[in-house]
Design a protein around this ligand. Sequence first.
Ligand code: SF4
Length: 316
Amino acid sequence: MRNLRRPNANDATGTFNRSRNAVPMSGLCTRCIDGCKGGCEVWLASFRGREVLYPQPFGKITAGADKDYPVDYSHLNIQGYARGAKGLEGEAGPDKAIFSNVDTTTEYGWEKKVKMLLPIFTGALGSTKIARRNWEHFAVGAAISGITIVCGENVCGVDPELELDSKGKVKKSPEMDRRIEIYRRFHEGYGEILVQMNVEDRRLGVAEYIANKHNLETIELKWGQGAKSIGGEIKVKTIERAIELKKRGYIVLPDPENPAIREAYKGGGIKEFERHSRLGFVSKESFMEEVDRLKRIGFKRITLKTGAYSAVELAM
Ligand code: SF4
């Protein structure tokens, strides 16, 4: 089978091959020249290291995977028909079977249901800058379309205005408040806003905050990210912000409290820091206990987001 994606150069990382020809397996130019001025990923990584891991410009883009699978949705066709119609009351005919009459409503939830005008949940919009900047558009669009919007993880944890109580739990998160208020202002009775919770959110008491202050009824537990077995991450530009996030319990790389890193930051060698969140590890017992705890807090519906894991996790 041929290579499904040529490595070492991609618009997502702003990199390219100097040469027209590249080795399919490594993506290196067939003539890799001493003194090359750019710009493949190997070239960039040799002096900016791990920064190449991130799509650029970070915080302003949404990157998609361009792996060219041999089979994809474009190989499917919707088969039309000209005899009869399903889902309409009475006899179908040309005046009745028109597309705007299609009923796309649905509902979810075991006991307390949420009605939707369309069976759509948004992707989770979490603590990234791109999600924060575009929240208003998504929230208003979701609210008036009658679909459910998913507020992603870490929103309280990276909120610059976050206030914690003496036990380190969320007392006030203006960013979370803003997100919920915008959605509710335009909500027309269909769909809802739900919030995801990862390891750090649990430690910060996000579930208690959104239940007690906002009476949200649905929360989403996370076993991982959709396509990758690592937690969510963002970048921050200043060492002060990096230290603040480390103090709130996040993994921050490189360590902003390491004297050598401080020196490198002062000298301009290090220009940004990564904030990583942890992956939740699961067992059946701990999962059931957490579900019970969330129900006691007041949630009516608990959803689960899992990664592309093996049959062992799926069987749970
Ligand atoms: S360093 Fe330059 S010549 Fe070598 S593979 Fe990268 S782009 Fe090509």
